[in-house]
Ligand binder design. Structure first.
Ligand code: SF4
Ligand code: SF4
Length: 355
């Protein structure tokens, strides 16, 4: 019933927007909307993930609340995006559990993993800063490989379900490259005149784009650092711990700093965001996701600085517990927006090319 109401309100707003067309130059959402006369649920899932919640159309709109038409695209689409994450998640029931108790679930998982590591490896530590003195290499890699593969399967199934639902087809190579460019440059976060977007309030600023960039590239750098670590270990036979002049540590250090600044910035912006434009149902999971990403990067940096201290074992268990929790939450959190948005942009660029 609640889902129907959310979709109905957003569909009504889209019909009004299609008659008005005042916002058609603002972002990709309005040109995509104008290709339709009537909207079904899948169209709404497509449009909602094309929106990045900049709020510009809300501040420009003569029909926004308190007007009786109640056109509030950013808040209505934020609610729809949250519904789409649940609808296409695999397995579906986990998204409902995590959504209702996002903070408690995350905390419980961290505590359980930490307790498990403590029971298995109590008394172990390392003078030289070698993690594998505390937790054997095969144990650590097996645990993370199993969790990583399960998470990857859940993510892929969710993305494929979403792509099929919004009818993504006949994608050309040029549309794919254009989408990659748009996504990597966060094109639409710059506002329609590249003066920045109206988030967290009516004043234009590029600050959100900067924090998004830092978070995204910090994540990519940390991923590269982990992959390089595995490459050094297996193929070059150069073993951890690495120092700052070696690529695995250098990428990890820069990535960790980027992630800490980016996530902290996004968290502050979210706290300052215009309350009229927030979807209260989804905001809890958003906070937990950003907070977990911050804690993962922060504990990673702590590990670098306290590598030769007596707290190394406890810090390592905490860091690994946070990473495992973060991994498990990924397919049911805002993280999927990155892929759904890419998929929606791919459909948009494909349709633009065909028209
Ligand atoms: S958001 Fe408001 S101003 Fe913009 S197109 Fe829709 S109805 Fe028109
Ligand atoms: S909130 Fe921003 S991105 Fe979303 S539809 Fe409005 S102008 Fe476009």
């Amino acid at each position: 019933m609640k889902i129907t109401r959310i979709y109905e309100d957003a569909m009504k707003s889209c019909v009004i927007c299609n008659s008005c067309r005042y916002c058609e130059g603002l972002c990709a959402v309005f040109p995509a909307m104008e290709k339709k006369r009537v909207f079904n649920l899948q169209d709404m899932d497509y449009l909602a993930n094309l929106c990045h919640n900049c709020s510009e159309c809300f501040y420009d709109c003569q029909y926004a609340p308190p007007h009786e038409f109640n056109v509030s695209i950013p808040a209505q689409f934020a609610a729809l995006r949250q519904q789409s994450y649940k609808k296409y998640a695999f397995p579906n029931f986990l998204s409902f559990i995590f959504e209702k108790n996002a903070f408690i679930s995350a905390l419980l998982l961290v505590v359980l993993f930490f307790a498990g590591f403590y029971l298995a490896f109590a008394g172990k530590n390392s003078q030289s800063g070698d993690f594998f003195d505390i937790m054997p290499y095969t144990y650590m890699t097996s645990l993370f490989s199993i969790v990583g593969i399960l998470v990857l399967i859940a993510l892929i199934v969710g993305i494929v379900k979403y792509a099929k639902a919004i009818e993504l087809k006949n994608v050309s190579f040029s549309a794919f490259i254009q989408t990659l460019k748009d996504a990597l440059s966060l094109k639409y976060l710059g506002g329609h005149k590249n003066e920045g977007c109206t988030y967290p309030n009516e004043t234009r600023s590029n600050v959100r784009k900067i924090f998004h960039h830092l978070t995204a590239y910090g994540f990519i750098f940390c991923f590269i650092a982990t992959s390089l670590g595995a490459f050094y270990h297996h193929f070059l036979h150069i073993y951890a711990p690495y120092d700052l002049t070696q690529f695995p540590k250098l990428f990890g250090f820069i990535g960790g700093i980027f992630l800490c600044i980016g996530t902290l910035g996004l968290l502050i912006l979210k706290l300052k965001a215009d309350k009229k434009l927030i979807d209260k149902e989804s905001v809890g999971m958003d906070y937990v996701f950003i907070l977990m990403l911050f804690i993962v990067s922060f504990t990673g940096l702590l590990l670098m600085f306290f590598r030769e201290s007596e707290y190394l074992a406890a810090l390592l268990w905490l860091h690994l517990s946070c990473i495992l929790t973060f991994f498990i939450l990924l397919p049911y959190s805002k993280f999927v927006h990155m892929f759904y948005r890419f998929t929606a942009l791919l459909k948009y660029n494909t349709e633009e090319e065909q028209h």
